[in-house]
Design a protein around this ligand. Structure first.
Ligand SMILES: [Zn+2]
Length: 292
């Protein structure tokens, strides 16, 4: 759980009482480590690593798009009060840098994508569950460094989560193997599935959105329609937060029979995607249904 409401209540109380930032920060002896993750997905993994020990919240609300996020003034306060910040890196949180540069922000930062091969400046490494295992190690080490007394808890939690993620990889591999090889082509709304597809032998033929947050050109759409027709693409995958009319129009022009929803930048937008693992299980089932 993200425990956002509890955090907000304590934050509002602190603001209402005019308390200095340090009075609610994680540095209070005996208080739990406050881990602030930038996205709900990172918070989902971090909550499992910190379970029973750390308080984990997400800076971005459920359903927000990390590529186009506009921080609220209250976000600055949360960054300053965090005991540990967990970010994806790989260019995802460009909006975070000015807040981290403030003199009042002093929490150590876990940059989860450090050490992984970033392809085409694409930040969506978390959608490969093997990369998520790397994220978990980075989170575990960050939490141990920020709260050494909790080392045994963080190690045990991370080991348990690592085993669940390894199991997830194996299940996804088995399910995707049921898709005939000639059908393993996706058209997506936004280009999130690069690393997942590389891991599991699928291909993203193209993305409707060229630049996150901006309308694609007519020429780009025409090229995509041609590509989809030539490859007999069976499904377009889009996210619930994006432009459904545009997706339906492209599917109709290209003769693509299925339009299906995938969840990739946020957990918690539907009951089936309450955390990282359930989100990828839901998405994998959707991909298999769409392409089979
Ligand atoms: Zn994205």
């Amino acid at each position: 759980m993200l425990r956002l409401p509890v955090f907000f209540v304590s934050l509002l109380l602190a603001v209402a009482l005019g308390l200095p930032a340090s009075s609610v920060a994680g540095a209070v002896p005996g208080a739990p480590l406050h881990v602030l993750a930038t996205t709900t997905l990172l918070a989902s993994l971090a909550a499992d690593v910190g379970r029973g020990r750390a308080e984990v919240t997400s800076l971005m609300p459920v359903g927000a798009s990390p590529e186009t996020y506009q921080p609220a003034p209250a976000d600055m306060v949360r960054v300053q009060q965090a005991g540990l910040i967990v970010q994806n890196g790989a260019g995802l949180e460009a909006w975070l840098a000015p807040m981290l540069g403030s003199a009042a922000a002093h929490a150590p930062i876990v940059n989860c994508s450090d050490g992984l091969q970033i392809v085409a400046a694409n930040p969506h490494l978390w959608l490969d569950p093997e990369y998520a295992r790397h994220y978990v190690v980075a989170m575990r080490d960050g939490m141990i460094a920020a709260d050494p007394a909790g080392a045994a808890t963080y190690r045990a939690n991370a080991a348990a989560l690592d085993a669940r993620l390894a199991g997830l990889t194996a299940r996804i591999r088995r399910q995707l193997a049921t898709i005939p090889p000639a059908n393993r082509n996706m058209i997506v709304f936004h280009n999130a599935w690069l690393y997942y597809n590389a891991r599991f032998g699928l291909r993203t033929l193209g993305a409707i959105e060229e630049v996150p947050g901006s309308e694609p050109s007519a020429e780009h759409i025409a090229q995509l329609v041609d590509l989809a027709r030539a490859a007999h693409v069976r499904a377009i995958f889009a996210e619930p937060e994006y432009n459904a009319n545009l997706v339906t129009a492209v599917a109709r022009s290209a003769g693509i029979p299925h339009v299906a929803l995938l969840y990739d930048d946020s957990v918690g937008t539907s009951p089936q995607t309450r955390d990282y693992i359930s989100m990828l299980e839901t998405d994998t089932a959707t991909i298999v249904r769409g392409l089979k």
